[in-house]
Design a protein around this ligand. Structure first.
Ligand code: BGC
Length: 862
């Protein structure tokens, strides 16, 4: 690989800046840093300094070639490290999404994954991976929850740290995000999270996830969230960045904004935002240079920010490269993606032990996800996979008689009309695709004509060379040949005014204005306009779409976006689809039904309106289950689903998350018992949305002061809530094909540490596999404060360990938990963690032990 030389001043004594990858529970913090008075900083002109403080395009920062300072490339994310092109980008190894990683409860697995991610980042010539996402699953409607680990800060923080340490052990930087309070997508760019940073809710839940992660790892970078906290944007929030992050926690890495999440020049600099991303810069250009030169902004401030950016460049020295992006094929990485999938899949119900299935049974496989699986939620976390496994093929591949496996597509699961299938459209050259012509207004000759396979035009941040920004339009045309006769639907997504003709006749026109990049990238429903056209099978229909671009909506620094997409679907009926599926199920010994959500329902950019499944899916599940001898329901989702409508109709239920490119094989191995399920829910599944603690205070709402969101449920989110109706499936729950027993719980205390809070409780418990097959179990340790002067949750997770056991074997599992982490709560008045002397209960499974803390104490820091 062509590596980039780092100048001597930056590269000197890399070892002094390096962080030792931490083992669980310990981290060696970096002790020295490039200081604002470093010689390299003195050699830079003010223009160069300012240029280094922001991106130069969507994924890169500017370097300074004169001094050999290389640019940085920063790319999304831990579910698949993608390249620089947002559309048609270089493919990558797609792992299961983060909610699945959370359900593995397995640090060792994520350590292996982090190393693979670093290799993928290097294949894209990137130095920083923009992840993991450390926000909380606060409400099951949160659009990005599939991208987050859990509702619990300890689980989130420890799994996040495992990834950070492993990525960085290979010389690539990690950038945990979004610091902090980005739990709701509605108006995420402007919403104000009205929780005090020194309130218990922020400290014990939302900040705590980052605190635990920083206790166990030393990420080279950290990304601030879009939202405000207490009226101030996170990217310019002094209490957040300086007091908590740099002050209380001693963080020394590089702090960058989320994309277009910098909102000021001086305020962000003063608060400690080192890097504005992406570029071209909005706040760190000529005006900042001028303000430094005329003394309005102190150059020392610029130098302080710069020191952290240079240090990030230095710490990632090993991964600097100018090689073109490529797709790195990694066989063992693919096996790992499968293993993570099998460990994260959660078996929620298994009546009559219908699972595991026999490889000799006649199987019916129903649902479109069996052939087109949703491998990720939507938005920046979704990456182009290297390949896609069709679960039905994986199910056949492990079967003794593949011909015994029969499939049926089931009902449609799309929220918007899908892009027109390539094999139904023909361009002028006779190939599958469309012709696109670009014109400057009032000039008849096109400036460019292109043939494309995909019926979509995207101009993000730039327009075609030769087009005049003040006035241009473009045309997309193709010949469509339907496969059936009927009332077919055409959907158009266009940013601007458009006119669609079919065989020369106008069928649809509309003006879609005010489209932001967010809308364009994440909200297809905001753009879609549909019409229905009567068409005959096998007949050619000439479609022409003319688009006159709009004036894009402006948001801070966002690039301009122009685009159009041709979507199409033929007439279809849910009733017919269900009848076909029922007919297939009737002849099988067992039916596997695929249902749930995809990236159109769970995505960055918007929240879910409800947690029930669309009515057509519910109907299909019920009818097919009724016709089946045995039924297994596979739910793809990043968020809990309200299962009341069908839980009693099906025998088994599997939560399959979004499983990445090895999802088909992972599922097949679980279904046949080749791997015993060991995933545990990392989030509580309520029976119904209304039971959720945050039900009344989610999403953000408009008030006289602007868009606001408060954490009305306080520290009582997820399992910490006092549930009136017990949840459908509890946090930490997940079935296995074997049985485990816990016994001999023993809790002791060691009082030998120099400082009182550093004393430890030692929890020992015996775990036995009492069933017929080998498997893994997660032992979870919760603490309860029996009598407290403040209200505390009845359980708080304080430690966990996943252990694999052969049948009829046992192992003693030991946990050492520091008193300060086991017993304390955040005391708002003293701005300290505080533990009160008295009785505490330790819960491990159904076992409970009581211990006594003789002396109360307070502590600060990590
Ligand atoms: C997301 C970030 C992501 C960034 C770059 C933003 O929209 O919030 O998580 O890293 O885009 O793609």
């Amino acid at each position: 690989m062509a590596t980039v030389d780092i100048p001597v001043a930056l590269a000197t004594d890399l070892s002094k800046h390096a962080t030792t990858p931490a083992t669980h529970g310990q981290v060696t913090q970096v002790t020295t840093e490039i200081s604002p008075s470093d010689p390299i900083i003195k050699q830079l002109t003010i223009e160069e300094k300012v240029q280094l403080l922001s991106g130069r395009n969507f994924v890169s920062t500017a370097g300074v070639a004169r001094l050999g300072i290389p640019p940085l490339k920063l790319v999304d994310t831990v579910n698949g490290v993608k390249g620089s092109d947002l559309h048609n980008g270089t493919s990558t190894l797609c792992f299961p999404s983060t909610a699945c990683l959370g359900a593995t409860w397995n640090r060792e697995l994520l350590t292996r994954m982090g190393k693979k991610l670093a290799a993928q980042a290097k294949s894209k010539s990137a130095q920083v991976i923009l992840g993991p996402s450390m926000n909380m699953h606060r409400d099951p409607r949160g659009g990005r929850n599939f991208e987050f680990f859990s509702e619990d800060p300890l689980l989130t923080g420890e799994l996040g740290a495992a990834l950070v340490n492993a990525i960085q052990s290979e010389g690539v930087g990690a950038c945990p995000k979004h610091f902090v309070g980005n739990e709701c997508e509605t108006k995420r760019r402007i919403q104000d999270v009205t929780e005090s940073l020194d309130g218990r809710t922020m400290r014990e839940i939302y900040l705590a996830a980052f605190q635990v992660m920083l206790r166990n790892s030393d990420p080279m970078a950290l990304m601030t969230a879009y939202n405000k906290v207490d009226g101030v944007y996170c990217s310019e929030n002094i209490p957040l960045i300086q007091d908590v992050l740099r002050g209380d926690w001693g963080y020394k890495g590089c702090v960058m904004s989320d994309w277009y999440g910098t909102n000021s020049e001086t305020a962000a600099l003063k608060a400690g935002l080192d890097l504005e991303m992406p570029g071209p810069s909005v706040f760190r250009g000529a005006s900042l240079v001028k303000n430094v030169q005329n003394g309005t902004v102190d150059e020392k401030l610029v130098d302080q920010r710069l020191a952290n950016v240079l240090r990030l460049i230095e710490r990632t020295a090993e991964s600097h490269s100018t090689e073109p992006e490529k797709s790195l094929n990694d066989e063992s990485g693919n096996c790992l993606a499968k293993e993570i999938g099998t460990e994260g899949i959660v078996l929620l119900q298994n009546r009559k032990s219908v699972l595991p299935l026999q490889i000799t049974q006649k199987l019916a496989v129903i649902g479109s996800a069996a052939t087109t699986p949703p491998i990720s939620g939507g938005g920046s976390a979704s990456a182009p996979p290297q390949y896609l496994q069709r679960p039905i093929d994986s199910i056949k591949a492990l079967h003794s008689h593949p011909e015994f496996v029969t499939g049926s597509e089931g009902v449609k699961v799309h929220a918007t009309i899908p892009i027109c299938a390539e094999d139904q459209i023909f361009a002028r050259n006779g190939e599958h695709g469309v012709d696109v012509s670009y014109f400057n207004d009032r000039i008849e000759m096109p400036i460019t004509e292109e043939f494309q396979k995909i019926p979509q035009v995207v101009m993000l941040g730039r327009i075609k060379p030769g087009l005049k920004a003040e006035g241009f339009h473009y045309e997309m045309s193709t010949t469509l040949i339907p496969t059936t006769t009927g009332l077919h639907t055409i959907g158009i997504h266009a940013t601007g005014s458009f006119l669609l003709t079919v065989n020369g006749k106008e069928v649809l026109s509309e003006t879609v204005s005010g489209i932001t990049v967010e809308d364009f990238l994440f909200k297809p429903e905001r753009l879609e306009v549909r019409c229905q056209v009567e068409m005959k099978a096998g007949m050619p229909y000439f479609l022409k779409l003319v688009v006159q671009p709009h004036k894009p909506a402006s948001m801070t620094g966002e690039p301009l976006v122009h685009g159009a997409k041709l979507c199409y679907i033929e007439e279809y009926s849910d009733c017919n689809a269900i009848s076909e599926a029922v007919a297939v199920a009737e002849h099988a010994d067992a039916t596997i039904i695929f249902a749930g959500r995809n990236s159109e329902y769970e995505s960055e950019g918007f929240d879910l309106p409800e947690i029930t499944l669309p009515a057509n899916q519910v109907k299909m599940i019920k009818k097919v289950a009724a016709a089946s001898r045995r039924s297994v329901l596979i739910l793809h989702c990043g968020n809990p689903i309200d299962v009341r409508d069908f839980i009693d109709d099906v025998d088994a239920i599997i939560c399959a998350h979004f499983l990445g490119q090895e999802g088909g094989n992972a599922l097949a191995e679980i279904l046949y018992g080749k791997v015993n399920p060991s995933g545990k829910l990392a989030v509580t599944w309520p029976k119904k949305l209304e039971d959720t603690p945050s039900y009344q205070s989610f999403p953000a709402t408009e008030t006289a002061r602007g868009w606001e969101i408060s954490c009305g449920e306080g520290i009582g989110l997820g399992y910490r809530h006092n549930w009136v109706n017990s949840p459908q499936f509890a946090f930490g729950f997940g079935l296995s094909y074997t049985s485990f027993e816990l016994s001999s719980l023993k809790v002791t205390r060691s009082n030998t540490a120099a400082s009182v809070g550093d004393n430890e409780i030692i929890v020992e418990v015996e775990l036995s596999n009492t069933g017929p097959v080998s498997g893994a179990e997660v032992v979870q340790v919760y603490v309860e404060d029996v009598a407290s002067s403040v209200t505390r949750p009845s359980r708080e997770l304080k430690a966990f360990e996943k252990t694999h056991l052969e049948p009829q074997t046992s192992e003693t599992i030991r946990f050492f938990i520091k008193d300060k982490y086991a017993f304390s709560y955040w005391d708002e008045e003293t701005r300290c963690w505080r533990a009160e002397a008295g009785e505490f209960k330790i819960h491990v499974g159904d076992l409970v032990a009581q211990i006594h803390l003789e002396q109360g104490f307070s502590w600060k820091g990590l």
